[in-house]
Structure formats: C-alpha cells, structure tokens
Design a protein around this ligand. Structure first.
Ligand code: CUA
Length: 326
C-alpha cells in the first residue's frame, strides 16, 4: 500500500495535483480525513481491480465445459449479490463515518472568519468583538493548530469555498450562512479556489491562505487593524489624490482615507497581499498598473471598469501608492 501510495503521489506530481492546491497534501484536520478516505477507497478499488484481472486470466485459461450447479450458484449469488453488498457497505462506511467530525463546529471562543463570495472575489472579515471587525479581500491568515470557524455567504450567485489542502469544499449561498470548521495543522502557504461555476470569470476566483504561528498571526492581525498610512512623499500624494478624484473611493474602502466604498474589495493594506485580482496576478506595481488599465481583459465581465482614460502617469502613481499600502 505504501509503495502504491508513493507511486500514485509521483504520478500526481506529474499531473500537478500536488502542491498548494492539493487535497492529497493535507495540512488541515478535515483535509486529512478526506485524504485518508480517498486512500481507503482507492485501496479498495485497486484490490477489486486486481481480483478482476485474476478472474479474467482464469476465464481465458480455463478449459470451457459445464460447471457444477453448486459452483454456478455460488458464483451468481456470491459474485452477483453478496460481493457487491459487502464492498459497497465497506465503502459507504468509509465515506460516511467521518461526516460527524467534518460538520462539527469549532469550540466556543475559536477564531471566527467571515467570508462572502462575490463575482469574482472574496470579502474576508475578522470579527473582533463588540461590532468591530477587520475587513480585507482574497487572503486569509490562520494560526496553526488552532480551530477556526468560518461563516460563509454570497453577495450574488452561488459560489463554493474550497481550500483543498485544508478542508473540503462548501457552497456559499445568497441569503444563507453556511459553516465550515477545521484546524490547520501545518504552517505554509496554500491556495483556494471557487469550486462552483459562478459566471464568466469563475476560473479567475482564487484565494491565498497563510497558516502561521500564533505570534506571527497576532502581528499580522494587529497590522490589518491599523488604518492605511497617509501618503508621505509627493509621488504617493499624487497617487492618493488621483485615487480619490477618479472615483475609486465610491467602490473601495481604504481605512484612514475613505470608508465610503463598500462594493469592491477593501484596499486598506493591499500592498501587503500576495496577489491581486482575487489570487490571479502577483502583487507588484506593474500588475496593479495592468489591473487599472486592462481590468476587463484580465478578468472578463468584472464589475470594475478599466481606468485607461486616466493619464498613464496618474495610473502609475495610483499603482505605486497602492503598492505602498502595506
Ligand atoms: Cu465563484 Cu465560481
């Protein structure tokens, strides 16, 4: 089994189901249960396959002739009824027995994260008690070895929240809150994706997930709580001013500057994120500039219009200022 597993994993590496998106590379309590379930069912399937290969050889090699009645009865009842009942019962047992653990809520007082799906990005909120919360987008940080409780919803159509290395997928349904809880067990950088077709740019709806030590998480959250630093250099002041006068603030919040815009992603600390555009472009000034200029080309039918009508230098100043929002 171990050898088989190693060979299968090697094959998987070739077809790239290993890595940041892999359900077979579990780094969370739920993902481990799901991966184990997969290996059990895979093992059962391989055993049956071997059995049938042997039977096939037998049918080819055996001399044809009449069979005894008892033996044919045994074959029909045993092979046609008993065997499938046993195999399916075992498979159902392995598939259903982990369900109670998978749907169990995290203990009271666990870290809570609210995520809502929108075409085609993720709004992420960390409630901090007393109606206070920190909002960001397309990136989630979690402390290792601590249970987390997710509350999931949608702002438009049905999406599906899936971080394969950490847990199974779960639908995000407009008007409803679905729940997911698990414990991340390995520090690292993982990726998530929307797993339910939700419109033209469904395939461009990704998510970065960082699992870190508690201390690092606290430092990160403390930073996220802070409002954005105001522009200090003439260049960043140009960017900040262009961001305000071009109307970006009617959709985006940058805490410390304006909290008017609630439609699009919160950009308070956008410079600190790994990627932009919901996990699709590396976060740097060039990508930010490209995003401002070619929004609908990068992500077809996205709600944000391209701001290619702005003078190029202003576009660049905005992207440089945004990159500085660490
Ligand atoms: Cu959101 Cu697919």
């Amino acid at each position: 089994m171990k050898q088989l597993k190693a060979e299968f994993l090697f094959l998987c590496t070739l077809v790239s189901c290993n890595g940041q998106y892999s359900a077979l590379n579990p780094a969370g309590s739920s993902a481990k249960i799901i991966a184990d379930m997969f290996w059990w069912l895979f093992g059962i399937a391989i055993l049956i396959w071997i059995l049938f290969v042997v039977l096939e050889f037998y049918t080819v090699l055996v001399r044809p002739g009449p069979h005894k009645l008892n033996r044919t009865r045994f074959l029909v009842i045993g092979g046609g009824a008993l065997f499938p009942v046993i195999v399916i019962s075992i498979s159902i047992y392995f598939s259903l027995s982990p369900l109670p653990v998978l749907v169990k809520a995290a203990p009271e007082g666990s870290l809570t994260v609210k995520v809502s799906g929108a075409q085609w990005w993720w709004r992420v909120k960390y409630p901090l008690g007393k109606e206070q919360e920190v909002e960001l987008a397309n990136e989630i940080w979690l402390p290792v070895n601590e249970p987390v409780q997710f509350f999931l919803s949608s702002e438009d159509v049905i999406h599906s929240f899936w971080i394969p290395s950490l847990a199974g997928k779960i639908d995000m349904i407009p008007g409803r809150t679905t729940k997911l809880s698990f414990t991340p067990t390995k520090t690292g950088h993982y990726r998530g994706a929307c797993a339910e077709y939700c419109g033209t740019s469904h395939a461009l709806m990704h998510l970065d997930v960082k699992v870190v030590e508690r201390k690092v998480f606290n430092e990160w959250l403390e930073k996220q709580k802070q409002p954005a630093a105001r522009a200090a250099t003439p260049r960043s002041q140009t960017g900040e001013k262009a961001f305000v006068t071009s109307g970006c603030i009617s959709c985006h919040t940058v805490r410390g500057l304006s909290t008017m815009g609630q439609v699009g992603p919160d950009l308070t600390h956008i410079g600190s994120r790994h990627r932009i555009g919901a996990g699709i472009l590396k976060n740097n000034t060039a990508s930010l500039h490209r995003w401002i200029r070619e929004t609908g080309i990068i992500k077809p039918e996205v709600k944000m219009p391209a701001f290619d009508m702005l003078p190029v230098d202003e576009q660049k100043a905005i992207s440089e200022w945004m990159e500085g929002l660490k």
